[in-house]
Design a binder for this molecule. Structure first.
Ligand code: NDP
Length: 510
């Protein structure tokens, strides 16, 4: 997903095969007002151009907001079960295009094709669940304290909502924001990560084919600092659903607060697994290797720290190194690949920088640590799965999100010390403990500071019908997915109806 400015046609040998993708505004595929485009390259084969996309600016974002206001008038008045009908239709189309969508995710983001297929499945699950909410858009009715009075609540759309997403899940994260926002009756302006716009374009095509009315879902590609920022600054945009870095999310939250905009921001992680001495070692090992190195460690829920109880530390490390050594590093499009390239040169540089920092800080590099070179590796952003031991909680590699295939290992004398290490970071997204002791498992569940807690399972993922999100620097605002999805994307309106035949004396305190 490396990005470059588009070259004039005569300078670009492959220009004739490159498709230029447009913005989608008011039901039309349109060029950006800026007239500029950029190219995205395959991270496994950087000479391959994935496509050319609009380098939009604030004016394009504002056109999309205006279109969304028109779309809102139609969509907000469409009954929720009828909105669901369109999402079900989109789900069916996505199912038909599932293989193509998975390949798209792999060629623009780089992740192994099996992970991309999982991502498509995940997007479909959320669409199915969100569509089901169309028949469950519940309010509640309660007795009034007054005679001849009915009191109840209804849900209403927020209005125009901005959707801003990262590159690491270019299909699933947009789907888990867009489908819930649509079922609640909102009209959207979607700004995908600049690095992965092709999955976004295809997602829009799917909703267009499903019959979504013009203006309800608009796509604007281009730099976050312009397009995303314009959405944050627009008073016509009532809410922002953001996933990305803590740095950008914090700024976006502050700017939105000045305009009293509703925000959900899902951000970084530094997820830890605790392995106690009584753990099923085979189970723990499977979860940790997959959690740390699957999707090249570029998941917000990736395992980046392991805290091992003293008594089993040596045995654990020997097996961890053994299993990590069996991973195959290669192009994600090859089904035998376990670890694919990083998503960009920036990502590769950042990961290599952290590997250098770890060594300087005195951590012990016990596996990997090199950028891979030679043969096909020269064409992509490949870094070996990497393991550091003798890590202490005050080191930068122990505290900061690396977002790559780098695992840091700590030793702890007991559960209490392990939880202290787990909780010693600013992030609080996901965590896990491996133990057969139910008492220890509950002690962990009750004290670990993360939004998602796993016992005897990896830090990865979650299910669409349960809330997803983190604490502290990992997340702010209402959770995504599960029943929480309608809470974020709707307003609750309270209604009182006096149906008495004649005027009655009523005490009012507020
Ligand atoms: P960024 O924060 O860099 O970007 C996220 C999105 O915000 C992109 O669309 C980006 O646009 C846009 N953006 C950038 N600057 C602004 C701005 N000033 N105003 C508005 N929007 C802006 O994150 P990454 O794309 O690098 O994603 C990786 C991060 O996402 C990691 O930290 C990861 O942990 C986190 N993440 C969190 C998840 C969670 O649920 N907690 C899930 C998945 C990822 P552009 O691409 O044009 O820069």
């Amino acid at each position: 997903m490396e990005i470059s400015q588009a070259q004039p046609e005569e300078e670009n040998m492959a220009a004739t095969q490159i498709t230029t993708h447009k913005n989608y505004i008011g039901g039309q595929w349109v060029d950006s007002v800026t007239g500029r485009t950029y190219q995205v390259h395959n991270p496994a084969r950087t000479h391959e151009v994935v496509g050319e996309f609009q380098t939009s600016g604030a004016d394009d974002a504002m056109l999309a907001v205006a279109a969304a206001r028109e779309g809102l008038a139609v969509w907000a008045n469409t009954p929720a079960p009828a909105r669901a009908g369109i999402i079900y239709k989109a789900l069916e189309i996505m199912g038909r295009r599932a293989d193509e969508m998975a390949q798209t995710v792999t060629i623009e983001e780089g992740k192994p094709i099996g992970d991309s297929s999982g991502e498509v499945k995940r997007a479909m699950n959320i669409m199915e669940y969100a569509a089901g909410e169309g028949r469950r858009m519940f309010g509640y009715t309660t007795p009034s304290e007054l005679p001849n009075t009915v009191a109840y609540t209804v849900r209403r759309p927020l209005g125009v909502v901005g959707i801003i997403t990262p590159w690491n899940f270019p299909l699933a994260i947009p789907a888990w924001k867009i489908a819930p926002a649509l079922i609640c009756g909102n009209a959207l302006v979607f700004k995908p990560a600049s690095a992965t716009p092709l999955s976004a374009v295809k997602l829009i095509e799917i909703f267009e084919e499903a019959g979504l009315p013009a203006g309800v879902l608009n796509l604007v590609t281009g730099p976050g600092g312009q397009v995303g920022n314009a959405l944050v600054e627009s008073t016509d945009v009532k809410a922002i659903s953001f996933t990305g870095s803590t740095e950008v999310g914090t700024e976006l939250y502050a700017e939105s607060a000045k305009r009293l905009k509703k925000v959900q921001a899902e951000m970084g992680g530094k997820n830890a697994v605790i392995v106690l001495a009584d753990a099923d070692m085979d189970k723990a090992m499977g979860g940790i290797v997959q959690g740390a190195f699957g999707s090249t460690g570029q998941r917000c829920t990736a395992t980046s720290r392991v805290i091992v109880e003293d008594g089993v530390y040596d045995q654990f490390m020997a097996e961890l190194i053994n299993r990590t050594g069996k991973l195959t590093v290669g192009d994600g499009i090859d089904p035998s690949t376990d670890v694919s390239p990083l998503a960009s040169q920036n990502q590769k540089d950042k990961v290599m920088e952290y590997i250098g920092i770890g060594a300087e800080e005195g951590a012990n590099l016990v596996f990997g640590g090199r950028a891979l070179a030679g043969g096909d590796y020269d064409q992509g952003y490949y870094v070996e799965p990497t393991i550091f031991t003798d890590v202490s909680p005050d080191m930068r590699i122990a505290k900061e999100e690396i977002f790559g295939p780098v695992l840091t290992v700590f030793k702890a004398k007991d559960l209490k010390e392990a939880i202290d290490i787990s909780n010693s970071v600013e992030f609080g997204l996901s965590s896990s403990v491996y133990t057969k002791d139910i008492t220890k498992a509950y002690e962990y569940i009750n004290t670990v500071e993360t939004g998602m807690v796993h016992v005897n399972a990896s830090t990865l993922g979650g299910e669409v019908h349960l809330p997803f999100g983190g604490l502290n620097s990992s997340g702010v605002g209402q959770r995504e997915q599960g029943t929480a999805m309608v809470d974020f994307f709707s307003e609750v309106i309270t209604v009182y109806i006096d149906h008495a035949a004649e005027a009655t004396e009523r005490a009012r305190f507020i």
